[in-house]
Design a protein around this ligand. Structure first.
Ligand code: ADP
Ligand code: MG
Length: 703
């Protein structure tokens, strides 16, 4: 009961009176009900009308389709109404406001509990039960040492629990909430930090031979020293160029400073005998693939293997093509130890493994991975399926896209440990940026690198929201004119509910319709998840080669598809997509130097506001959009299933408590230090144990 927290607090002493309020404002009014009436409209709808008096004036409140309000809001009841003040026939009124019942509670600040109006368990009854529980609670166990609390200027836990339910001032309420929210975040950060330090202790990593020349400087200045910041082409001690450096020197463009910094951080980590666990965040198009490739080459350099894991078949396929092309002509350096096996130079071998690879090919690839003949493997989840064994996996890149959880990471590590008994270095890449505090919460056990710079020469994408059929015909015109200029376009089909088959059917219908009507005469291709790998490959290949003008696709193209000649992205029923998805889809165009266009088609309601679509139209900055998304949707979706069971965030909000998240992380780092057993903090150990195992949670409330 005592942790059943109020969802709001009404400060009676600071109530604004009706007489002082202007029409059009959002207001919160505490008033006593004088009259309640029920009416029925001609169309049979029920309207409940209430007159309430706040001491300075009358408020008329109207509820549509909420017949139960008549029982709830009877004459004499005192209630708080939240809503927009309107003026209707010279009467001040609110329609369908949010209502909180205060009951006969006195006191200046009244807590409002999440209540069930229909079930008839109102806030004030809950408040009575909570009061009673608090009266009997006594002192609760406070696991955070008092020195830490003093330093952070935090209330004790008992005081905080009392004050959150019955604050005497709003300031006290804030302080109480701050302490209790901090506890939630601290538990989470302690667990993340512990597991990180535990891993660093128990795992043995590979000390890759990546930048011996700068060894001494790397320790003193992690940021500026290293392989790529200062030189683009380095020689090893024995006069051989570093594979990665040689590769980057061969590209037609320079790496961005952000890419160089990221590669430096990775190189520094890979040198160390502790396995790297790093999260690479970068906006769509910031060039994460190059960083991934650099890391894989650092492993291959020392004759270790690299694995790149993609969330979809199409993306794995594309990475495989990109890597194979870029690495053509590069060789694996001869191995230094003149053991029993061949140690001469040979071309780098890159293969692809997915669930749909034919049996014979699969067998061949598995044996190549086990023997070490394959240097880099690109694949889907198939990489962590049974039967996959690596000879000497040294680097793993996971192209994340929010679908790859902690369990899969663990599974991949299992597979890889077999060969040489060491844990590979792991880089997780997010497909779209996630807000910093969310990253700290969800990926708190990883180190973070941010690519905060886009490659030069990109023309911003023009984004438009097409609502009317006129605007839609302009979109069609644009597709035709771009195609006439030799460019290409994507049309992403509406999200439909149902099985993969239903989705595929709807995409096929859309494709047929466009081909026969709006886009008649153009060369259209169709891509959806139900197609065979071979067919998907063939269509992507046709599109890449420019033999198709328009690709009609489901969201299989959402992540990572890279065809620089495509300049138009049309997203049908854009309102059904999430913001990250829209941003990701838009990122499929604007990859070359020419102007690109993204059209969000949403014909639902002409004047309806849609904050998500408006945000996408207003900005192409993925980090900004990620913050916005968090703000609009709350954390639920970001935490998602990954977070389930790992957090008990009830008061704390990743969106609103940024400072607390950072504070909790810093405190957790201090507390854990390099001792994952936290022997100096037995009370916190007990607290964590209690929260990890719900049956033991009574512990926390031991007097
Ligand atoms: P993302 O971060 O979305 O995965 P990609 O790695 O697919 O981005 O890169 C997007 C495009 O930019 C690719 O065509 C890639 O070749 C190109 N690219 C990457 N780095 C640079 C750079 N430093 N300068 C110019 N183009 C680059
Ligand atoms: Mg990518």
């Amino acid at each position: 009961m005592v942790t059943y927290y109020p969802r709001r607090w009404v400060d009676r002493s600071r109530q604004v009176s009706l007489i002082d309020l202007a029409v059009g404002e959002e207001a919160m009014i505490l008033a006593r009900i004088r009259r309640t009436q029920v009416r029925r409209t001609q169309t049979g709808k029920i309207i409940v009308e209430i007159d309430a008096f706040d001491g300075t004036g009358y408020l008329h409140v109207v509820f549509f389709n909420q017949p139960w309000r008549a029982k709830q809001l009877r004459e004499g009841v005192e209630a708080v109404f939240f809503g927009k003040l309107e003026r209707f026939r010279r009467v001040t009124q609110m329609s369908n406001p949010v209502v909180d019942l205060i009951g006969d509670r006195t006191g200046k600040i009244v807590p409002i509990y999440p209540q069930s109006e229909r079930a008839g368990l109102p806030s004030w009854e809950i408040a009575k039960l909570v009061d009673d529980a608090i009266g009997r609670m006594g002192e609760v166990f406070d696991p955070v040492p008092v020195q830490i609390l003093d330093r952070l200027d935090m209330l004790g836990r008992t005081a905080a629990i009392r004050a959150i339910h019955n604050p005497s001032t709003m300031a006290e309420k804030f302080a109480a909430r701050r302490r209790l929210a901090f506890d939630e975040l601290l538990r989470l950060q302690l667990m993340l930090r512990k597991s990180k330090v535990e891993q660093a202790r128990s795992l043995r990593g590979i000390s890759h031979d990546v930048s011996p020349m700068f060894g001494s400087r790397i320790h003193t200045s992690r940021r500026n020293a290293g392989l790529f910041s200062e030189a683009t082409f380095d020689l090893k001690e024995d006069g051989q160029p570093f594979l990665a450096a040689e590769f980057f020197a061969s590209l037609s463009f320079d790496l961005t400073n952000a890419q160089k910094r990221a590669l430096d951080e990775i190189a520094n980590d890979m040198r160390l005998p502790v396995p790297m666990h790093r999260l690479l965040q970068g906006d769509v198009g910031s060039g994460k693939t190059m960083v991934a490739l650099g890391m894989l080459l650092m492993a291959v350099q020392g004759r270790y293997q690299g694995a790149l894991m993609a969330p979809t078949e199409v993306l794995a396929e594309q990475h495989w093509i990109t890597l194979s092309q870029l690495l053509k002509g590069f060789v694996v350096p001869g191995s230094r130890d003149s053991g029993l096996f061949e140690d001469s130079e040979r071309s780098i071998r890159v293969e692809m493994l997915s669930g749909k690879v034919p049996i014979a090919t699969r067998r061949n690839i598995l044996s190549g991975l086990a023997s070490g003949a394959i240097d880099i493997v690109v694949g889907t989840h198939a990489l962590i399926s049974d039967g996959v064994r690596f000879k000497s996996l040294g680097a793993v890149v996971v192209d994340e896209q929010h679908r790859f959880g902690v369990e899969q990471r663990a599974a991949l590590k299992e597979r890889s440990r077999t060969g040489h008994g060491l844990d590979p270095d792991v880089l997780v890449m997010t497909a779209t940026p996630i807000p910093r505090t969310a990253a700290m919460t969800v990926f708190g056990d990883l180190d973070l690198t941010v690519l905060d710079e886009m490659p030069p020469g990109r023309t911003p994408i023009v984004t438009k929201w097409a609502r009317s059929s006129e605007q839609y015909s302009k979109v069609i015109e644009r597709i035709r004119s771009e195609v006439a200029d030799g460019r290409q376009a994507y049309v992403v089909c509406p999200l439909v509910e149902g099985s993969e088959r239903v989705v595929a059917k709807s995409a096929t219908d859309e494709f047929e319709r466009l081909r026969n009507e709006e886009l008649n005469g153009l060369r259209l291709g169709l891509l959806h998840g139900q197609m065979s790998t071979r067919d998907k490959e063939a269509v992507m290949e046709e599109f890449r080669a420019g033999r198709l003008d328009v690709l009609v696709a489901t969201t299989v193209i959402e992540v990572g598809v890279d065809v620089p000649n495509a300049t138009v992205m049309v997203i049908e029923n854009a309102d059904r997509f999430g913001m990250a998805q829209l941003h990701q889809l838009r990122g499929r165009v604007g990859r070359g130097a020419v102007r690109s266009y993204c059209y969000l088609i949403s014909r639902a309601q002409p004047d309806e506001a849609n904050p998500r679509l408006e945000a996408i139209v207003s900005s192409t900055d993925g980090f900004f959009l990620a913050e916005k998304d968090l703000e609009l949707r709350g954390e639920g979706t970001i935490m998602g299933s990954r977070q389930k069971g790992r957090s008990d965030l009830r008061l704390a909000s990743v969106a609103k408590d940024r400072d607390l998240v950072e504070l909790a992380q810093a405190v957790a780092r201090d507390i854990v230090g390099d001792d994952p057993d936290m022997v100096k903090f037995p009370t916190l150990v007990r607290e964590l144990a209690a929260f990890q195992n719900p049956q033991e949670s009574e512990f926390i409330f031991l007097s």
